[in-house]
Design a protein around this ligand. Structure first.
Ligand code: MSP
Length: 527
């Protein structure tokens, strides 16, 4: 397989102290859509997710739960695996930072940075937010209730004073700015890129990368009184999973540098500033892209444990259906922006886009074939079809792949879906215009052609939509009797082929009895 047909994509690793909620589900879903898209497009994909299990925050949560940190993390890490199953994610590896392979990799990158002269011993005095596991400058803080100091993220900070190793981040300002300039697509979306460059332009301080006031983490090599800063440990997971420190391993040479780190906007700085600096310091290639998506609110309110409005992905999947939720999350909000989750918006997407548009199209066409064509794919006339109204819709459907691929490569998932739906709606309109039910009496051959072309259009939609709604598309493709090994993008119409190339549906194929794939959501059922 050629080098450009590989794709390594990662989610952030999730702090195990939280119960998985819609924010976590969202980041991984976007990666899952991309990973599936690339696989169907013929890439050799490596899709990584996992859990971030070290640090003071997790240590504190374990103490609150009254168990040892290891026992605590074993238990809660499983919640994230369960979420992955419930959401039908297709990850290839699930990493836990407490695994031996990761401790070895974290210590190895530390040793490399030390050998390369980027780590020195000093002492840290400053503000730290355990919730964010991040240091803040006095100038960034505001005063909260009772005179408490608050970080820009809203987290409370505490004063920390202890011996610490430092990474010489200040020296990386110029190389980072140069790197951003040479790689304009490294940080996306563009507005986020500007945020990061202006932060780096403002100057960087050396970064404290070890702590002595707690124990739950990776011990610093040769100085085990120090525990590695949890973000240095956590970020390293992306290379652990592809075999670091064995940089000559097949996995490392095949997959590194990663093609995409998907993150939420809150953790962009760690991925777009600290991580490339660590990697450059250790002489390791920098990933190709970091995309920062926005945050969800719940019916207009910030989602938080204390407000008690956390959205449990399992609950919404039970209520609305898995593919319905996957579709909604990818369609409702322009990817990169913040968005609001509301019951009303969800129902509107289910009933209009899925039930009325796509579902109705499939159901009408497949039932007409079932009733009027002996439950077999009808034959298409070989001439004169250019004049049928469905013909131009077929051409549009055949041309979708390039447009959709372009949007997915830019992580503009909502635009990819919008493009597909533009043609789905046209297809529904052409069913009405062509009126196959009238043709049945006046021109049965034309009816057969119209239905064949519509089935072929539906095949294009179902193949293209598999990354977003894998189970539903599999059902549609089953109903069209498309074999499982003929569902790749290479089986879509090839631009230089004839009207119906070898991949097209073949007339005479028996079809199973059609069943609706996207039911309407009826309000009362919610109760
Ligand atoms: N452990 C770190 C990441 C280390 S990566 C080397 C972490 N974990 S987290 O569990 O707090 O967050 C993981 C992801 O969930 C982040 O990308 C974050 O943006 C995302 N979300 C958390 N709440 C969210 C919303 N309300 N909406 C959308 N995404 C949000 O940070």
């Amino acid at each position: 397989m050629s080098a450009d047909k590989r794709y390594y994509i990662t989610t952030p690793i999730y702090y195990v102290n939280d119960v998985p909620h819609i924010g976590h589900a969202y980041t991984t879903l976007a990666c899952d859509v991309l990973a599936r898209f690339k696989r169907i497009d013929g890439f050799d994909v490596h899709f990584l997710t996992g859990t971030d299990e070290h640090g003071q925050k997790v240590e504190k949560s374990a103490a609150t739960a009254g168990v040892k940190p290891q026992e605590f993390t074993d238990r809660v890490s499983q919640n994230f695996r369960d979420l992955a199953d419930a959401m039908n994610y297709s990850h290839d590896d699930f990493i836990r930072t407490t695994e031996e392979r990761h401790i070895e990799a974290s210590q190895a990158i530390w040793t490399k940075l030390k050998e390369n002269g980027h780590i020195y011993l000093g002492s840290y005095a400053g503000w730290y937010a355990v919730r964010d596991e991040a240091f803040y400058d006095e100038s960034e803080l505001t005063e909260g209730e009772g005179g408490k100091k608050i970080a820009p993220s809203g987290a409370e900070v505490e004063w920390v004073e202890e011996p610490s190793y430092f990474f010489d981040l200040s020296k990386w300002q110029k190389p980072l700015l140069q790197f951003y300039e040479d790689n304009p697509d490294f940080i996306a979306p563009r507005s986020r890129r500007n945020e990061v460059t202006s932060f780096v332009n403002g100057g960087l301080r050396d970064l404290s990368i070890s702590r002595t006031s707690f124990k739950w983490g990776v011990p610093v090599p040769d100085d085990p009184d120090h525990i590695m800063y949890v973000w240095l440990d956590a970020l390293t997971n992306y290379i652990t999973a592809v075999g670091y420190p064995d940089i000559n391993s097949d996995a490392f040479s095949k997959h590194w540098p990663a093609d995409l780190h998907m993150v939420g906007k809150d953790i962009l700085r760690f991925h777009a500033v600290y991580w490339p600096a660590f990697l450059m310091g250790a002489g390791i290639d920098v990933p190709k892209r970091v995309f920062a998506h926005g945050w969800w609110t719940n019916e207009g309110q910030k989602i938080s444990k204390s407000v008690g409005n956390i959205i449990d992905p399992n609950e919404i999947v039970d209520t609305y259906g898995l593919d319905q939720v996957r579709y909604f999350l990818m369609r409702e909000v322009p990817f990169g922006n913040d968005g609001d989750f509301s019951h009303r918006a969800m129902i509107s997407r289910i009933n209009s886009d899925l039930a009325n548009d796509l579902g109705n199209l499939c159901q009408r066409v497949l039932s007409m074939i079932h009733k009027n064509c002996d439950a077999q794919l009808p034959a298409c006339q070989s001439s004169g079809i250019e004049n049928l109204p469905v013909y131009s819709t077929l051409t549009d459907a055949q041309q979708l792949l390039d447009t959709v691929r372009g949007h997915v490569d830019n992580q503009a998932f909502h635009e990819a879906l919008e493009e597909i739906w533009r043609v789905v709606r046209d297809a529904n309109r052409t069913v009405d215009e062509s009126a196959p039910w009238t043709l049945r009496k006046t021109d049965p051959e034309a009816m057969a052609s119209v239905l064949y072309i519509l089935a072929e259009i539906i095949r294009h939609f179902a193949i293209l939509l598999q990354p977003f709604m894998p189970e539903s598309c599999a059902k549609i493709l089953d109903q069209l009797a498309v074999p499982e090994d003929a569902r790749g993008f290479k089986h879509l119409h090839s631009a230089d082929g004839t009207d119906f190339d070898d991949n097209a549906l073949s007339a005479g194929t028996p079809l199973p009895k059609p069943e609706g794939v996207f039911p309407r959501f009826v309000e009362d059922d919610a109760a």
